[in-house]
Design a protein around this ligand. Structure first.
Ligand code: FMN
Length: 404
């Protein structure tokens, strides 16, 4: 049966929820599921904007069929060729063989790479600013390269001022009946997932997101309809998510505070960061977060890194290298072009130290616009009373910097 909602007169959400898939891109855990959004416009001409993942293909096709009844589908607009949005494209072409497929040249290249050439005569290639006229609704195409993938386009519906934003402004988390951001307690239900989606999926492409925002915001957007998560239709929710994207894509921390990311095999490094966190609390630092990167999936810790201004890394040496789960976490941050933060480093070893040096290397050589606070510390196996003053000095330096 169909499961649809009108988002404006004659404009419908025809996507669906995936509660089943364990990991997005087979890597990032989905404790709250994910939605794949698609949209259908019924005008003098009909159009579907993007399709969905294979997991909800049946629901999506039922939705499209229900709305189109015995009308034909005139246009299939493709903004993004990642498979979580493309699994039903060929089905639509088979159901509506005359459909015109709208996309830029890169979209058609990727389409053929994934699906061969089932319908090369159906292509309508659009460039920057080109408009597809449906009657009342007019779909204008804008490139947003690397706002996740190189082919990404966004489509601006000029009459209702709806931005079909592809992966931009998307979030993990299913839509729970309420498909609009203003219908839910957004900060409780979606904010953490939105930050985790942004930082892990789009985080590397901050400058490209900034360019897209500069180009698109002057259009006077009155609704943002992304490919994942809720739709933003009120000035407040639009301003809110645009504000978050602006901060995230310019690598500005949302909060002055401390995130402690640590790793430990036998608990000695854990004991050290527990004492450090305690000392920071006694110096007035509030709302700290601590994550064992061996236990918590890095995608969650990456998201918290995007939020906080100050980060402490603490880990032992392992086979003359940095302990692997910390190495993986820092490598992940490096690949995401993480930057513009203040850091403290605490190593631990028993005979030949490597962890401290490697963590300092990440901070000073790989994370741009970043600063090491206090002395990088190195402990030998366990915390001794005589070293407490080193931890006190580090806590003083971090607290002073947070409060500055
Ligand atoms: C497999 C393995 C390899 C290790 N390699 C080194 C090493 O190369 N250099 C070193 O100084 N300590 C090495 N250590 C020792 C730990 O770094 C050290 O005992 C540390 O204090 C453990 O901290 P934790 O209690 O937080 O796990 C190794 C430990 C293990 C289990």
């Amino acid at each position: 049966m169909q499961c649809i909602q009108a988002i404006k007169k004659d404009v419908y959400w025809i996507g669906g929820n995936d509660f089943f898939t364990e990991r997005f891109e087979n890597m990032l855990p989905l404790p709250n599921g994910v939605s794949y959004n698609s949209y259908l416009i019924l005008d003098e001409k009909t159009a579907v904007i993007d399709s969905v993942d294979a997991s909800i293909r049946v629901q999506f096709l039922a939705n499209a069929k229900y709305l189109l009844q015995d009308r034909k589908l005139d246009y299939l607009v493709i903004n993004h060729m990642e498979p979580d949005h493309c699994a039903a494209l060929v089905d639509l072409v088979e159901m509506y063989p005359d459909v015109k497929i709208v996309g830029n040249a890169k979209i058609f290249t990727l389409f053929e790479q994934f699906y061969g050439k089932p319908c090369p005569d159906n292509y309508v290639t659009v460039g920057e600013g080109d408009v597809i006229d449906l009657g009342q609704h007019k779909l204008q195409s804008f490139k947003a390269p690397m706002v996740h993938w190189p082919e990404v386009t966004v489509t601006f519906e000029q009459t209702e001022k709806i931005l079909f934003s592809a992966d931009a402004f998307g979030t993990f988390g299913t839509l729970n009946g309420n498909i609009f951001a203003d219908e839910v307690d957004y900060d409780t239900v979606y904010l953490a997932d939105a930050r985790r989606y942004y930082s892990n999926i789009v985080g590397k492409f901050g400058p490209q997101v900034q360019l897209a925002l500069k180009k698109l915001l002057p259009l006077g957007i009155e609704m943002i309809a992304p490919l994942h998560g809720p739709i933003y239709r009120t000035p407040e929710t639009i301003q809110y998510i645009v504000g978050k994207y602006n901060a995230w894509s310019s690598y500005e921390p949302e909060k002055k505070g401390v995130l402690i990311a640590f790793a430990s095999m036998y608990g000695n490094t854990t004991a050290i960061v527990n004492v450090l966190a305690n000392k920071l609390a006694l110096r007035g630092i509030t709302d700290m977060r601590m994550f064992d990167v061996s236990k918590t999936h890095p995608s969650f810790v990456v998201a918290e890194a995007w939020k906080y201004s100050h980060l402490v890394f603490a880990a032992p040496t392992y086979n003359l290298n940095l302990y692997l789960t910390m190495e993986n976490f820092l490598h992940d941050l490096k690949c995401l072009h993480f930057q513009n933060r203040k850091f403290a480093v605490v190593g631990n070893h028993s005979w030949a130290s490597a962890a401290k040096k490697r963590m300092v290397e990440y901070v000073t050589e790989y994370f741009k616009k970043s600063e090491l606070i206090g002395d990088a510390l190195d402990f030998k196996s366990s915390l001794k009373a005589e070293q407490e003053k080193e931890l006190d000095a580090l806590a003083d330096a971090i607290a002073e910097s947070v409060k500055a």
